[in-house]
Design a protein. Structure first.
Length: 74
């Protein structure tokens, strides 16, 4: 992942789609520390194609070990 904490990457990606922080409670949806540990454990040195998906309202958040957080409208 990048040098920024994963939680900030997710929040930034959601805000880029127009979702305000007041519209969701991310800490109630995911354990960001556990998610970051899982993603970091399958870095480029492993032969694993990890992709974690979850919903935040009408958006689907996709997290991968390749420094990528993608948010799409469901």
């Amino acid at each position: 992942m990048s040098d920024r904490p994963l939680l900030l990457e997710i929040i930034t990606a959601l805000e880029e789609q127009g979702l305000d922080q007041d519209e969701y409670q991310l800490q109630r949806m995911i354990d960001a520390e556990a998610l970051e540990r899982l993603v970091d454990s399958t870095g480029p040195q492993t032969d694993t194609d990890l992709e974690i998906r979850y919903s935040v309202g009408e958006f689907c958040v996709v997290v991968t070990p390749s420094d990528e957080v993608t948010v799409k409208v469901s």
